[in-house]
Design a protein around this ligand. Structure first.
Ligand SMILES: CC(C)(COP(=O)(O)OP(=O)(O)OC[C@H]1O[C@@H](n2cnc3c(N)ncnc32)[C@H](O)[C@@H]1OP(=O)(O)O)[C@@H](O)C(=O)NCCC(=O)NCCS
Length: 181
């Protein structure tokens, strides 16, 4: 596994992905406490759950060398969400998963797609994983549309006590190489 090498940054055309700090709390809380944004989750986050989200990712950076990273607009330095890789339980298997949350005022402008593609490229370039996943509640059209835009295809549909039904999408290293040709 990768060792932690300090503040990692990924740059795209419009975005900077960098590690979370507790200074991101207010901007993150605005996103995670919003009922519309969290409609596919069991409930919006309270302050404590939001703090634990940041702590969980700081731990992820130490443990794995990756986690969900803060997504920042390069032009203004505004925090607009997160995107990155975490290890998730997908139908009983612990698998590398690309996740994303974007402030609703910025939805449908291609930011999740731009961040997710950069994270996917980072994952295949910097880890040994041969398949990278995204999973979501079956109702989460925005999430699975972003997975498809990230070159993934649906590999599983399964009963999930948290989500009723979950969909799993995936891209393999060889499919990724074909995209990058
Ligand atoms: C899912 C989410 C991150 C998408 O963010 P976004 O920045 O609006 O997504 P993008 O603009 O990059 O769109 C990516 C693709 O999905 C499509 N898409 C996004 N939202 C969609 C929606 N609500 N309905 C249908 N398609 C949608 C876009 O058209 C685009 O497809 P294309 O490239 O083929 O045109 C955003 O809706 C969000 O933060 N949702 C709440 C948090 C959440 O549920 N996260 C996922 C947890 S599993």
């Amino acid at each position: 596994m990768l060792t932690h090498v300090g503040t990692k940054k990924i740059e795209t055309k419009r975005l900077l992905l960098r590690e979370y700090t507790f200074d991101d709390f207010n901007a993150l809380y605005e996103i995670m406490s919003d009922p519309e944004t969290m409609q596919h989750y069991p409930a919006p986050f309270d302050e404590d759950r939001t703090k634990r989200w940041i702590t969980w990712n700081l731990d992820n950076y130490e443990k794995y060398g990756f986690g969900l990273w803060a997504v920042v607009l390069k032009e203004t330095n505004e925090f607009i969400g997160d995107c990155g890789i975490t290890i998730q339980n997908i139908d009983g298997e612990m698998l590398p998963e690309i996740g994303y949350h974007i402030h609703k005022k910025y939805w449908r402008r291609g930011f999740a797609k731009e961040a997710a593609r950069a994270v996917r490229d980072w994952a295949f370039q910097n880890t040994q994983y041969d398949t990278i996943y995204s999973y979501m509640k079956y109702t989460n059209v925005g999430s699975y549309s972003t997975a498809i835009a990230n070159g993934m295809r649906k590999v599983k549909e399964y009963d999930d006590p948290k989500n009723t039904i979950s969909y799993a999408y995936a891209i393999t290293r060889s499919e990724w190489k074909d995209i990058k040709k």
